[in-house]
Design a protein around this ligand. Structure first.
Ligand code: FAD
Length: 399
């Protein structure tokens, strides 16, 4: 906090003048600080001619890290079962749990979800904590974060991981704030440093130009959200045994300020990006919006999803729900066809896990060719019509 030495303060007002946050006022020739407005930026401290101001570090109670044990996964359900990222997280949690010699616990929140718990055990969990309540039939971040934070405070896991999905992004930061710990969002890799038990959390940084590995070495739990499709799920093992624990949330934990009026499922033509086995992606090399149909037609022939680079979503050629990359979706289809895509790092981080990558670009030095399985150095306006003709003819499809 900002401390003012009243003996030294001469009420000159220089601190009031330089404070951009209106946190300091001079009354009766003495400076006064409003802690609610002060951001501890330190500008006033440097300005004060009398050295009357000082920022005092708050002594935080050091946590006894050894009291926190176990790896937790926050599962995510949909109308038709678990979101695939849940199984991907469990696969990694199993590996981390084995290296740390601790249990893996999955949290299952929702209404009418209890019978799904066994599937989490088959996918790697040793224990499942089920919070099954009618009040949780709609996802509401406030209730979810209070329940998860309450359980974590009670049971003290050393690691909590969740999907970097719309849900995870909405409530996991709130859990981290409640638990006064760190959170690394949008990780693309997780490893363990065995001696310290620190979780090594890797994610793109500085606009995707480098990968940063982040640790949270003085707080617990260590929290991370992980992008779908970057971790490998375990095959289900029907023989695995585990414990299913019911937790009845108190009315206080269920209380929230949101009323869900309606849930609307977005209608997408063709397979959704994250489920598609094949994706055909459009880049600025298509040259103009009128040529976008070439990618859409090929996608239709192949029953593929349509992807896009940020260059063309920003240009308004197609909606941002098609964007692949650092600020879009992460995908890993069997076949990825990049049409007129340069291969900027921010795009590559979202698609380089694809099994086979075919790139069409007229520049033979385009970076996309560094990750491509097959490179076609040509004009997309020549190649795509020829491909569409051949594929559609073979499959008997009219476009
Ligand atoms: C913080 C941040 C986040 C970002 N997030 C994303 C993201 O999530 N996803 C994303 O895609 N980008 C993202 N970007 C933008 C990214 O840096 C690139 O600008 C973008 O991916 C480029 O898109 P592009 O390949 O379509 O266009 P360009 O880079 O302009 O490339 C067009 C390519 O087409 C080729 N070409 C031109 N004409 C033809 C033709 N007739 N036939 C064949 N080839 C042709 C050219 O040789 C060139 O290689 C982000 C940037 C920042 C800073």
């Amino acid at each position: 906090m900002l401390k003012i030495d009243i003996e030294k303060c001469i009420g000159c007002g220089e601190c009031e003048e330089v404070c951009s946050f209106g946190a300091i006022t001079v009354e009766d020739e003495k400076a006064k600080v409003d802690p609610g407005l002060c951001t501890l930026c330190g500008t006033c401290v440097d300005t004060c001619p009398e050295g009357a101001l000082e920022i005092e570090a708050e002594e935080k109670e050091a946590k006894d890290l050894s009291k926190w044990k176990g790896v937790w996964v926050v599962s995510e359900t949909r109308a038709d079962g678990f979101a695939p990222v849940t199984f991907e997280l469990l696969g990694k949690a199993r590996e981390l749990g084995d290296r740390l010699s601790v249990d893996v616990t999955a949290l299952l929140l929702g209404s009418g979800v209890k019978e799904m718990a066994q599937e989490l055990i088959q996918r790697g969990a040793d224990r499942v904590i089920v919070v099954d309540h009618p009040e949780l039939s709609d996802f509401v971040d406030e209730a979810y974060s209070k329940i998860v934070a309450h359980l974590a405070e009670k049971e003290r896991p050393e690691i909590i991981i969740a999907g970097a999905t719309a849900r995870g992004r909405a409530f996991v930061p709130q859990v981290a704030t409640m638990l006064e710990t760190g959170l690394t969002a949008d990780c693309t890799g997780l490893e363990i440093e065995e001696d310290s038990r620190n979780l090594l959390q890797t994610r793109p940084a500085f606009g995707g130009n480098l990968m940063a590995t982040i640790i949270c070495d003085d707080r617990r739990p260590q929290m991370a959200t992980v992008r779908p499709h970057v971790l490998k799920a375990m095959e289900p093992d029907k023989e695995r045994d585990g414990e299913i624990i019911d937790f009845e949330p108190s009315p206080e934990l269920l209380k929230h300020r949101v009323r869900v009026v309606e849930s609307v499922v977005e209608e997408v033509e063709g397979p959704g990006l994250t489920e598609a086995d094949i994706i055909v992606t459009a880049g600025r090399g298509l040259e103009q919006k009128e040529n976008l149909h070439l990618v859409e037609d090929l996608a239709k022939c192949l029953d593929a999803g349509v992807g896009a680079t940020r260059a063309i979503t920003d240009a308004g050629w197609i909606s941002s729900s098609h964007q692949i990359g650092q600020t879009g979706a992460t995908v890993a289809p069997k076949l990825y066809i990049a049409c007129g895509v340069s291969g900027a790092i921010q795009h590559l981080v979202g698609m380089q896990g694809s099994e086979i990558i075919v790139a069409i670009n007229k520049d033979k030095d385009a970076p996309i060719f560094d990750v491509a399985t097959y490179a076609i150095v040509a004009d997309v306006k020549d190649i795509l019509p020829a491909l569409i003709k051949k594929v559609c003819k073979e499959r008997g499809i009219d476009v």
